[in-house]
Design a protein around this ligand. Structure first.
Ligand code: RNT
Ligand code: ZN
Length: 420
């Protein structure tokens, strides 16, 4: 903390916030301690290392920027580089297709924690937790775009086994790292055009999920989440695991419900839904993303919706019930920068929420004084937030402001540009 300007600006901000009844130190500690689960697949365009060549399942990563991580060591090095520029508590979310099979041909129905030992060693050294995701796409075992609701008994069974393996791997992650692992189930299963039978697939999907989750697991090590979706590319007319389907499943089976910011109609905002679904669920998982006109998974920027999401978590006291995961993938710009921008922004929005003197607006609301409520909400937007953010970054030993850009460019020159 040598920069005197930084410290002076911080001291001033502390006074301003203090005058409004906000304890800046407490706010920084709160925002710093909330885990953000960084999605590993920003680094490899979701190609993985288990032999799949291109993405299926109605999702897409567009762009051809240099430096895609082609191996696990490359991906881990890139994650390290990004994490050195991001303040606060992190986890990393791994996809099953990122297994390290050591050149062997192994089906996804036979993956074990051994195929992720490289991930575990890496996470252990950094004292971070790992979340996990089955990969129900990009595989010759898919029945078109169907997995758990395939009418083909063999294919469906294959994917059920994959689903079981993934919980086992998650449980092992949790046990070995001492931090609970969240395993997020997302299946693309759906139709491009109008189905004749909308029930059959969903009945199979419920049966398959129930079978996957039938074995008892240590809840302190693993928890499972189910992600809903409106539609995917080429799957416009019908998605088996729709919102109502997944929410109902999560409530009745005591699972976590995953809400992806890009999975709803463009005018819907998931931030508006947290306090509704949390009346019935213990926990939810967020996939923080940014859809531009469709579920395009653009890099998360500090926009109104990101701030609203983090406000909902902080203002309602939900840090222990809302798990924050990121889910975006842009291959058209430097992938390290994508992680840094999106994750720093999420942390920034958390800190901004924690610093908001929301008690003033809440008190006004209780009194029925909606004029004062609006005034407080608006004045909060121009409080000296950036002075606290910069100070916080400096104190956590990560670059302040634009400093990280030169570092990212240097890594691109020395490391990324050498990749074929
Ligand atoms: C797809 C879902 C899902 C994936 C990840 C990679 O629309 O959002 O979460 O993005 O599994
Ligand atoms: Zn998602």
């Amino acid at each position: 903390m040598e920069d005197r300007n930084l410290t002076q600006a911080y001291e001033h901000a502390k006074e301003v916030y203090g005058g409004l009844g906000v304890d800046v130190e407490k706010a920084m500690a709160l925002a710093d301690g909330i885990a953000i689960s960084m999605h590993s697949w920003q680094g490899d365009d979701l190609i993985g290392f288990d032999g799949s060549q291109e993405l299926s399942g109605g999702i897409a990563s567009t762009g051809n920027y240099i430096g895609r991580a082609r191996t696990l060591p490359e991906l881990l090095a890139d994650l390290d580089e990004a994490m050195g520029m991001i303040p606060g508590k992190l986890k990393v979310s791994v996809h099953a297709c990122q297994a390290d099979l050591g050149g062997k041909k192994i089906g996804r129905d036979a993956y074990t924690v051994q195929h992720f030992s490289g991930w575990i060693d890496w996470a252990k050294e950094r004292k971070i937790g790992l979340d996990f995701n089955p990969t129900f796409f990009s595989s010759p075992q898919m029945d078109g775009d169907f997995s758990l609701s395939s009418f083909d008994d063999n294919k469906r069974k294959f994917w059920i086994e994959h689903g079981k393996r993934c919980r086992e791997i998650g449980e092992a992650f949790g046990r070995m790292l001492g931090i609970r692992s969240l395993v997020n189930y997302w299946m693309p299963d759906g139709y491009k055009d109008i189905p004749a039978d909308t029930a059959a697939r969903r009945e199979l999907m419920v049966q398959s999920l129930d079978e996957i989750f039938s074995a008892p697991m240590d809840k302190t090590c693993v928890a499972e989440a189910l992600e809903s979706k409106l539609f995917g590319l080429g799957l416009e007319s019908y998605t088996a695991a729709s919102h109502e389907f997944s929410l109902g499943y999560a409530i009745t089976r005591k699972k976590i419900y995953t809400m992806d910011a890009g999975h709803f109609h463009p005018t819907e905002r998931i931030s508006a839904k947290f306090s509704a679904v949390l009346q019935y669920l213990d926990e939810i998982l967020l996939h923080v993303s940014r859809g531009v006109r469709w579920d395009s998974d653009h890099v998360v920027i500090w926009d109104e919706e990101l701030q609203s999401m983090m406000n909902e978590i902080i203002f309602n006291g939900y840090p222990d019930r809302v798990n924050i995961g990121l889910d975006f993938f842009d291959a058209s710009i430097n992938r390290i920068a994508c992680w840094v921008i999106g994750t720093r922004n999420t942390r920034k929005a958390l800190l901004s929420a924690a610093l908001n003197p929301i008690h003033l607006a809440k008190d006004a609301e209780r009194r029925g004084d909606y004029t004062a409520r609006l005034a407080y909400l608006e004045e909060a937007k121009t409080l000296p937030f950036s002075a606290v953010w910069d100070y916080y970054c400096a104190r956590q030993g990560v670059p302040v402001g634009t400093e990280w850009i030169a570092r990212m460019k240097q890594y691109e020159k020395v490391v990324l540009s050498t990749r074929g």
